[in-house]
Design a protein around this ligand. Sequence first.
Ligand code: HEM
Length: 119
Amino acid sequence: MNVYKPLLESHVGSWEAAFVLLLIGYVLYRLGKERAARIMQMVLRLLYLIIVGSGIWMLVQYHKTEPLYYVKGILGIVTISLAEMAMVRAAKQRPSLGFLIGAVVLFVLVILIGYRVIL
Ligand code: HEM
């Protein structure tokens, strides 16, 4: 069975959903809506697992010799780490906006690399 299409679709679908849930979840934490924000955060973590899992699988299966995808993979993991930091710090009402802005900027950069607009 060819797994490429379902892998790519789950990869793209997950980061699209993660981008939206990150912004909603962050605003909910800043508004003090803790319960709803925590649910968003749990769903986000599941999406991160799908993004990284499908990404590594595609890397190993189809792009093992292409350095670009290693760079994109590492930047993708840094993006997810910054996003998680933004949520964790927002949950504790600690300064977090810098992490969110960093995550959003890197998200856009990784998307542009993924669609081969840059690099
Ligand atoms: C926030 C994190 C990430 C975002 C926003 C993202 C975004 C994208 C985008 C936009 C594409 C192109 C999709 C297409 O051609 O239709 C893509 C493809 C790909 N991504 Fe990611 N990605 C992320 C994380 C990762 C990680 C962590 C890895 C690996 C460790 C990875 C590996 C790949 C690979 C190998 C492809 C190529 C798929 C193909 O054959 O076309 N990605 N990603």
